[in-house]
Design a protein around this ligand. Structure first.
Ligand code: ADP
Ligand code: ADP
Ligand code: ZN
Length: 214
């Protein structure tokens, strides 16, 4: 099963992608997480990506596609995957379609999680992330058991640099310009499924499971 997650920053892509990946035993591939790991490790890719990410801009397609193609060729991707935060532009989507077509494959589901902009701004200010294992929390809606400590690995949680309100507004405007057109793109491919992301985490997950089936 090959899944891509669509939706504004903060819509809940990462939260749902992890649950889907656990449920169906698929690798969860977050381009944002891969960039953040590279930044933490001080790699060349990380240093290049950081200048874009800190401002809330997209990393150029060429850099993004290089790492995605590399990741797709790893053996754990043989039976499918959940892409989270990729594709984010029409050229990225076309490149993914092309890479899959070359192997006689296609995206099975493009899962779009819909949340209005006003709600997004509220969500981002409460998001806390574990930089060690990638788990994501919300101080009100999805709190860790112990304040500021990751349930999964015990690491200290932090707020993401790019979750400051001014950066969030830029990310939202870029989402509307560059990423939202992917909804029509995947509708045209016949694999778009849309969900109301304002419901709580478990409700959204149940709605998704109903569509994905066993
Ligand atoms: P969110 O989950 O809040 O949307 P991500 O963790 O997916 O954020 O992405 C964080 C940042 O990483 C983005 O704002 C962008 O700068 C960069 N990024 C992640 N994925 C991509 C991509 N597919 N193309 C370009 N930039 C990306
Ligand atoms: P994305 O990957 O789309 O940027 P996340 O999954 O990181 O979004 O979610 C953004 C923030 O909103 C996180 O703090 C997360 O815990 C919280 N969140 C996710 N889904 C919901 C939901 N259905 N209701 C309320 N808060 C949510
Ligand atoms: Zn953790």
């Amino acid at each position: 099963m090959k899944i891509v997650m669509l939706g504004a920053p903060g819509a809940g892509k990462g939260t749902q992608a992890k649950k889907i990946a656990d449920r169906y035993q698929l690798p969860h591939i977050s381009t944002g997480d891969i960039f953040r790991t590279n930044i933490k490790n001080g790699t060349e890719l990380g240093m290049k990506a950081k200048t874009y990410m800190d401002k809330g801009n997209l990393v150029p397609d060429s850099l993004t596609l290089e790492l995605v193609v590399d990741r797709l060729n790893q053996t754990d991707c043989k039976n499918g995957y959940v892409f989270d935060g990729f594709p984010r532009t029409i050229p990225q989507a076309e490149a993914l379609t092309g890479a899959l077509e070359a192997k006689g494959e296609k995206v099975d589901f493009a899962i779009d999680i819909e949340v209005p902009d006003e709600e997004i701004v509220k969500r981002m200010s409460g998001r806390r992330a574990c930089l060690k294992c990638g788990a994501t929390y919300h101080i009100l809606f999805n709190a860790p058991k112990e304040n500021d400590i990751c349930d999964r690995c015990g690491n200290e949680l932090s707020m993401r640099e790019d979750d400051r309100p001014s950066t969030v507004l830029n990310r939202l405007s870029i989402y509307h310009k560059q990423t939202q057109p992917l909804i029509d793109y995947y509708q045209g491919m016949g694999c778009l499924v849309q969900f109301d992301g304002t419901k709580d985490v478990e409700e959204v997950f149940n709605d998704i499971l109903e569509v994905l089936g066993e």
